[in-house]
Design a protein around this ligand. Structure first.
Ligand code: SF4
Ligand code: SF4
Ligand code: SF4
Ligand code: ZN
Length: 365
């Protein structure tokens, strides 16, 4: 429960950390946007993360993501994992990444499980070992411990305590973790974006070492990477039977900035570019979208805008609407209500999407 400091509206669906309601964020002026930026900067202090992407004129530019950090000697990028060591850019490379992994038995709680080869058997026998869920196989779940965004509701926020860490793993070590039971690798986190050189090298190595059998490469991402890196991810997913899962957090630029601390234009451009690959291998779907239904902020209006954007690219792109529960700096927020989820589902369908579903139903109130 919080009061919007602009319009005075009191609602349990206004987050204390923002103290602005969705309408006031949509029409925020420069001063309000600067205040929102300051909220994000403060939230990063306790993790020793840079308040904003560094822009040191004599620093080295990192081009992995939209933040284009110019990192000074001895400094770190916005993600915390890329650093300038004596004039050389380190972190997230094939020789060292802040990453951990585990085997997740299939079928698993994956945002794409209702349409992918591992969860549904789509593409059997070329892309799946079974005509249905792949019981007996595992997904190698790879968690990258850093991110290019700063979402205030981040449900995996503990990675922030590990973004700046000493223990690292090589791409070869990761590829070695693939066993005869592994049928897919899912790179997530945090976000794989800021450590993509490591993830791409590990994927290629793992595919090479398992050339004669199905080994799908999948990604769960905020979509902020450079367009060149996106092409490499898409190619690996398309040729392996895997998919790229984009989290489209908001369509309105102000709402995105308020919730995630950064701009959403790269994500949208990348999503459109990824959609151009669908015809190369339509099934199982190589591109999947999801949106977290943050109460009070990601409403039917927002979902309709996101769904219209997706539908214009291809109405068959699967779209998962995910239930939210309060976490990180938004623990005062209630979970998504059934009413919100159903109105968002209706909005997405009305926008023309043919494959929409509500995920995480167990947490809806
Ligand atoms: S990956 Fe992105 S956030 Fe990290 S240093 Fe590079 S440009 Fe900055
Ligand atoms: S990693 Fe890919 S294939 Fe495996 S369950 Fe997730 S989306 Fe499906
Ligand atoms: S993009 Fe995902 S991992 Fe990164 S801050 Fe946002 S919710 Fe957390
Ligand atoms: Zn307001």
């Amino acid at each position: 429960m919080a009061i919007c400091k602009k319009c005075g509206k009191v609602s349990e669906e206004t987050a204390k950390v923002l103290s602005l309601c969705v309408e006031c964020i949509r029409k925020a002026d420069k001063k309000s946007l600067a205040e929102l930026e300051a909220i994000h900067a403060r939230s990063r202090q306790q993790f020793n993360l840079p308040p904003s992407p560094p822009s040191s004129p004599e620093g080295i530019q990192c081009r992995l993501c939209q933040n284009k950090c110019q990192i000074p000697v001895g400094g770190r990028g916005y993600c915390g994992v890329r650093r300038n060591e004596n004039g050389r850019l380190k972190g997230g490379t094939p020789s060292e990444a802040a990453v951990s992994w585990y085997n997740d038995p299939l079928p698993t709680n994956c945002v794409a499980d209702w349409v992918c080869a591992g969860g549904s058997g789509a593409g059997y026998p070329q892309w799946s070992y079974r005509p249905g869920p792949e019981h007996g196989h595992v997904n190698l779940a790879v968690f990258y411990q850093a991110c290019t965004f700063n979402c205030l509701f981040c449900q995996n926020w503990h990675y922030r305590e590990r973004s700046i860490m000493n223990k690292t793993r090589t791409a070869a070590e990761l590829a070695e973790a693939v066993t005869a039971q592994t049928s897919c690798i899912c790179f997530f986190g945090g976000d794989p974006t800021c450590q993509l050189p490591h993830a791409l090298a590990a994927s290629r190595l793992a595919r090479k070492q398992n050339r004669q059998r199905i080994l799908r490469i999948c990604w769960e991402t905020n979509g902020s990477m450079s367009p060149e890196l996106l092409e490499k991810m898409m190619s690996l997913s398309v040729e392996s039977g895997g998919c790229v899962k984009f989290d489209l957090k908001a369509m309105d630029a102000n709402i995105h900035r308020a919730l995630c601390g950064v701009d959403n234009s790269r994500t949208l451009e990348n999503f459109a570019a990824a959609a151009r690959h669908i015809s190369e291998r339509p099934e199982p779907p190589p591109l999947i979208a999801s949106t977290l239904l943050v109460p009070g902020y990601i409403d039917a209006q927002e979902v309709k805008a996101i769904a219209s954007f997706i539908a214009k690219l291809d109405p068959n792109i699967p779209y998962a609407l995910l239930g939210f529960h309060g976490d990180f700096l938004m623990t005062d927020m209630p979970s998504t209500s059934w009413r919100q989820a159903e109105s968002c589902l209706e909005a997405a369908t009305e926008a023309g999407l043919k494959r929409v579903r509500i995920g995480n139903v167990h947490i809806l109130r």
